[in-house]
Design a protein around this ligand. Structure first.
Ligand SMILES: Nc1nc2c(ncn2[C@@H]2O[C@H](COP(=O)(O)OP(=O)(O)O[C@H]3O[C@H](CO)[C@@H](O)[C@H](O)[C@@H]3O)[C@@H](O)[C@H]2O)c(=O)[nH]1
Ligand SMILES: [Mg+2]
Length: 268
């Protein structure tokens, strides 16, 4: 199914899809040791939504970070208000996949945006996600580091890319995408990226059928979404490696990923 050929997309030709947008957007921000990054990412998100006249909330899912991330989150709640910043912590580091599941329980928006809290995912791309979603009435919009676009609604978009990763990390990411694309063929150019916008009920549905819990979660979500017939659009993004703190990706996540591809391939 090609979502870009739908009648919905044709009827939107020449219009500005983001105008008169009365929907609410929920952002799930998983955090583990993001004390230094959190205030700025929240500020950027708040500015993006405000400038675009959009209703918004941010659900911070912190896993008992030892660096004091939760104290910062509490301060942000008092600055922006409890209707905008919701701290929904957990008692220990339980992984990225389950952080999204947990955060989703508290979302009240029509759409859910999932992204990293360390500036690897810049909020400046969110208006493009929304524009594309509205133009084609999509179920999911995903950021891609591995493609460009000829989409007329994204005339301002630059080709996707990655900045700041060493060769090893680039090879791991490319290899992971190549493996899943070759074996499972979902037709999405960046399966491991995690900067995405979902229709709330669509995310709820896919999450109930997704089994993995770690980094492999992103790939499984997208493969299952395609198998369930949901429409997916792509926005090129530049992924910039974090300045503060460290990645939580380890060797065990790579093993879990390969197991996840195998599980989906064999239909377990
Ligand atoms: N609550 C919670 N948050 C977590 C956990 N592990 C990581 N996070 C948070 O999840 C985000 C991504 O974690 P990073 O450790 O910065 O991930 P990365 O190595 O930069 O990986 C990124 O790129 C991958 C694709 O190449 C993605 O697969 C991955 O999701 C992420 O976007 C950050 O906001 C981090 O604080 C956890 O166990 N619990
Ligand atoms: Mg990161």
């Amino acid at each position: 199914m090609n979502p870009f050929e739908s009648s919905a997309s044709l009827s939107m030709q020449g219009q500005h899809p983001e105008s008169a947008n009365t929907h609410k957007y929920s952002v799930i921000l998983p955090t583990y040791n993001e004390r230094k990054n959190l205030p700025v990412i929240v500020w950027l998100l708040a500015r993006t939504f405000t400038e675009n006249g959009l209703a918004w909330e941010i659900i911070i899912v912190d896993d008992a970070s030892p660096d004091g991330t939760q104290e910062v989150a509490k301060q942000l709640t008092s600055v922006y208000g409890e209707d905008h910043i919701l701290l929904r912590p957990r008692s220990g580091k339980l992984g990225l996949g389950t952080a999204y599941i947990h955060g989703l329980n508290f979302c009240t928006g029509d759409y859910v945006i999932i992204m990293d809290a360390d500036f690897s995912h810049h909020p400046k791309f969110i208006p493009q996600f929304i524009k594309l979603q509205q133009a084609h009435n999509l179920d999911i919009v995903t950021g891609t580091r591995y493609s460009s676009t000829s989409e007329p609604y994204l005339a301002e978009a630059q080709p996707g890319g990655i900045h700041g990763w060493d060769l090893k990390r680039k090879l791991v990411s490319r290899g992971a995408n190549y493996l899943a694309d070759t074996v499972l063929n979902p037709g999405v150019s960046d399966l491991t990226g995690s900067f995405r916008l979902y229709r709330l009920p669509v995310l709820r549905h896919i999450i109930t059928v997704t089994q993995s819990k770690g980094y492999v979660f992103q790939m499984e979500m997208m493969v299952r979404a395609r198998a369930l017939g949901y429409s997916v659009g792509e926005v090129p993004i530049t992924f910039v490696d974090r300045i503060y703190g460290e990645s939580k990706l380890g060797a065990s996540e790579i093993v879990q990923y390969a197991k996840g591809v195998w599980m989906l391939f064999t239909g377990v």
